[in-house]
Design a protein around this ligand. Structure first.
Ligand code: FES
Length: 89
């Protein structure tokens, strides 16, 4: 699973850094509990502006992409739930 966190200025202002920290924390949880979670690799990538913010006047930051799914106004809770859902055995 590949998780991209937008680190462009709009997304950083609205909390992307904290999302990155939380997702990196999850990686340790998965590594320690391979009974409960499958061994699909969790790749975390901090990327520059994904350009979604330039296509709208609405507030969509922070933006996180989990594989092909793009999440606008991403919160720690939403992102964690989606990643956990994909990692559960
Ligand atoms: S800063 Fe995140 S989409 Fe532009």
């Amino acid at each position: 699973m590949r998780v991209k966190i937008c680190m462009g200025s709009n997304c950083t202002l609205l909390g992307a850094m904290s999302l990155l920290d939380q997702i990196e924390g999850l990686k340790e949880v998965f590594d320690e509990d391979n009974e409960r979670y499958n061994d699909e690799e969790l790749e975390i990538e901090a990327v520059s502006c994904m350009n979604y913010c330039k296509k709208t006047d609405a507030t969509i930051a922070p933006v996180v992409a989990i594989d092909d799914e793009v999440i606008f106004n991403a919160t720690g809770q939403i992102v964690m739930e989606k990643i956990m859902g994909k990692k559960k055995k």
